[in-house]
Design a protein around this ligand. Structure first.
Ligand SMILES: Cc1ncc(COP(=O)(O)O)c(C=O)c1O
Length: 388
């Protein structure tokens, strides 16, 4: 048996370059949103082929900004997949609108367009299309199912992902990305809103800075830095710091190399685990550029040698971290209490909540780490066969 290891579910690859980058703002003393953030926004927009990119504190704040910019408010409905991180739905609640939870396709884990068609009403102001685990939602089918709704791309997991050759971030009306450490590129906490719509972009730019008519950087660089700007909108302080901007800039330059490395190991898993019949491996349908933020498997309850949680426990005992892919929002206490959801209301999301298992895939893993994970899963498989 190979020697014991400790493999985390995710671990950012940061180091000397990020350390050096953070020194510049510390030396100049410009710490809040400033030149580093501006540089990052320009580079992020170019990489994702969108007109505008506006950084913010995290993707949750970014989603809130997107929905506010679209004018989502009380009386509006917003369709959100249930199998997603809770903040995709929470952002709708922040606006006083109603999140209408819809089911997902259990093989791609993304919003089922047929569900959108079933749930759309004249009140549907927007659809949050979540590009979960780095695989884009089927945007064309979603647009066809809700032709009058704005499309908000929840691109938290989708930096560098694409759909029919178009990068995530420019597929809908507006999008929000995350730079949390479980994402492919990180600066601790951070987010980015992207859009090709000038008017929406201008609103986001102002709302993230208290609703100010100009940014602090513009005011300081302008002829009358001593005058405060005008505030015509109810905004927030969702600004990213230049310390984070400097780190994210270094990380962004590595995005394509990070994804290429992840894609290589995702293919390795797909090849080496293909014989484990009870473990369904994540798909990459034609026309999709997977961002491989996570490698999320599905443990078939009918044929697995033991329940998913027992498998997770065995792997944990061997030093291998796993997690459920994410949770089903309709099964969370707040949403059950507020809307009266029952667990079986959205069976696809329920099954994904109960049976998905993310296994480690990140840029700090060695080839021995990947082989160790494969070996551990094969052992569970052969134990199961011996018991039959
Ligand atoms: C699908 C999805 N949406 C939104 C978020 C929230 O991102 P953040 O932590 O940057 O607020 C996450 C984070 O895990 C996510 O996975």
């Amino acid at each position: 048996m190979p020697e014991a290891r400790r493999i985390l579910i995710s671990q950012p690859l940061t180091g000397e370059e990020e350390w050096q980058a953070v020194k510049e703002p510390l030396m100049t003393g410009w710490l809040t949103q400033g030149p580093k953030v501006a540089e990052l926004e320009k580079a992020f927009a170019a990489r994702h082929k969108v007109k505008h990119a506006y950084s913010c504190t995290n993707c949750t704040a970014g989603l809130h900004l997107c929905l506010c910019a679209l004018g989502v408010g009380p009386g509006d409905e917003v369709i959100v997949p249930s199998f997603t991180w809770v903040s995709s739905a929470n952002a709708v609640m922040y606006c006083g609108a109603k999140p209408v939870l819809a089911d997902v396709n259990t093989t791609t884990y993304t919003l089922d367009p047929a569900e959108v068609a079933r749930k759309v009403t004249p009140r549907t102001k927007a659809v949050v299309a979540v590009h979960l685990f780095g695989l884009c939602a089927d945007i064309d089918a979603i647009k066809a199912a809700a032709p009058n709704a704005a499309i908000v791309e929840d691109s938290a997991c989708a930096s560098g992902a694409s759909y029919k050759g178009v990068p995530a971030g420019g597929l809908g009306s507006i999008a929000a990305f995350s730079f949390h450490p479980r994402k492919s590129v990180t600066c601790g906490e951070g987010g980015m809103v992207t859009t090709n719509d000038d008017a929406l972009g201008a609103i986001v730019n102002s709302l993230r800075n208290h609703g100010a008519s100009i940014s602090e950087e513009q005011r300081h660089a302008g002829p009358r830095p001593y005058l405060l700007p005008e505030f015509n909108m109810l905004g927030f302080n969702y600004r990213m710091t230049d310390l984070q901007g400097a780190v994210a800039m270094v990380q962004l330059a590595k995005l394509d190399a990070f994804i290429a490395e992840r894609a290589k190991w995702a293919q390795y898993y797909r090849r080496e685990l293909a014989n484990i019949k009870w473990l369904r491996l994540p798909e990459q349908p034609d026309g999709y550029g997977h961002g491989w933020q996570s490698f999320v498997t599905f443990v078939d309850p009918a044929s697995a040698p033991m329940p998913r949680n027992d498998i997770m426990e065995l792997l944990q005992a061997r030093g291998i971290a796993t997690r459920p892919g994410t949770h089903a929002v309709h099964m969370l206490g707040y949403y059950r209490q507020t809307f009266g959801y029952q667990i079986d209301d959205l069976p696809g999301s329920r099954d994904c909540d109960l049976h998905t298992m993310a296994i480690p895939l990140h840029n700090r893993m060695s080839s021995e780490d990947f082989a160790y994970v494969v070996d551990a899963l094969r052992q569970i498989d052969s134990q199961g066969k011996n018991q039959k």
